[in-house]
Design a protein around this ligand. Sequence first.
Ligand code: HEM
Ligand SMILES: *[C@@H]1O[C@H](CO)[C@@H](O)[C@H](O)[C@H]1NC(C)=O
Ligand SMILES: *[C@@H]1O[C@H](CO)[C@@H](O)[C@H](O)[C@H]1NC(C)=O
Ligand SMILES: *[C@@H]1O[C@H](CO)[C@@H](O)[C@H](O)[C@H]1NC(C)=O
Length: 330
Amino acid sequence: MSSLLAAFLLLTSLAFTSASTVPLRPGFYADTCPEAEFIVKDVMWRNMMREPRSVASVMRFQFHDCFVNGCDASLLLDDTPNMLGEKLSLSNIDSLRSYEVIDEVKEELEKVCPGTVSCADIVIMAARDAVVLSGGPRWEVKLGRVDSLTASQEDSNNIMPSPRANASLLIDLFERFNLSVKDMVALSGSHSIGQGRCFSIVFRLYNQSGSGKPDPAIEPKYREKLNKLCPLGGDESVTGDLDATPTTFDNRYFKDLVAGRGFLNSDQTLHTFPETRKYVILFSIDQQAFFNAFVEGMIKMGDLQSGRPGEIRSNCRMANSRPVNVLLES
Ligand code: HEM
Ligand SMILES: *[C@@H]1O[C@H](CO)[C@@H](O)[C@H](O)[C@H]1NC(C)=O
Ligand SMILES: *[C@@H]1O[C@H](CO)[C@@H](O)[C@H](O)[C@H]1NC(C)=O
Ligand SMILES: *[C@@H]1O[C@H](CO)[C@@H](O)[C@H](O)[C@H]1NC(C)=O
């Protein structure tokens, strides 16, 4: 029995890393999987060639993963009979997409260095590559994260912001993660790439804050265009561009906000509120200032960790199975 127990303890310590936060650093896989960063970028590039929007969709994963119990790939877990995961939460359902790009990266990595690179680190590398491949800044990512054993739909519902959010709500939310007003505005600049659904904007086109009227902050010509794209009672799964250059990572998003051409209410509100407007204006005239603040924000967001035990998943959609563990615990 004691040798069985010892075997269990050994297996457990091999399978999990400890519950404290793990130190993250650049070049974490330099010895164990030197090809890792190249493989991620290559798969991202191939997917961008197939479908330009896919890199924006993958980049969004970093935000939706890191804000809900740290950057631990909890987002990527499929539901199981005893766990409601995050994929069907209010902000994610019918909205997050391109999970298969992460699967493809993981498959390639498992061929070259099995059981080595976490799904959580793949999300972080892929988000950086999405920005680079779209013409934005490049930065060095810190790596060494572990993957969660579970996920929480409830936590995602409670944390992730609605497209209706105003700037003061967003300031408070980001502050809970030690992200400043400047970080928040710069990170919103990720909407320089990608698309959103009519579902996310019909309220502001036809009934902003229950007024029965459109959001007065929308520039009239742009509103005409959005009304055509998203007629009242129309198909709300139709998508529109988040800025005028949706495949190029640049400061056009901020120029559009200054002109009243923000797609989401949560975008346009950054220009409406004085606390955030100064950064919108700064980033609209100084692209380098945007890039610098964006990189700083992505690194800070990437540092968020839950401190819970983790593992290196072999399939990003499910926790590894543990027959020994189950046997001894029952
Ligand atoms: C500040 C609070 C934020 C809110 C309220 C917000 C909300 C949204 C919404 C509603 C959409 C469109 C979803 C749909 O209609 O299906 C969207 C798209 C997107 N978001 Fe955010 N977002 C925020 C911050 C961020 C951050 C910090 C990032 C990444 C660092 C990000 C990256 C993206 C990207 C890339 C897309 C386009 C995805 C695609 O084309 O598939 N967002 N966001
Ligand atoms: C911002 O939104 C919150 C939540 O909807 C609301 O309670 C608050 O009054 C709004 N703030 C301002 C200044 O409009
Ligand atoms: C924010 O910073 C404080 C003080 O350094 C720290 O105690 C807290 O854990 C941080 N919160 C998050 C979510 O990182
Ligand atoms: C607008 O929203 C308010 C509050 O949600 C609702 O009472 C009202 O019926 C809506 N008006 C229209 C025209 O849909």
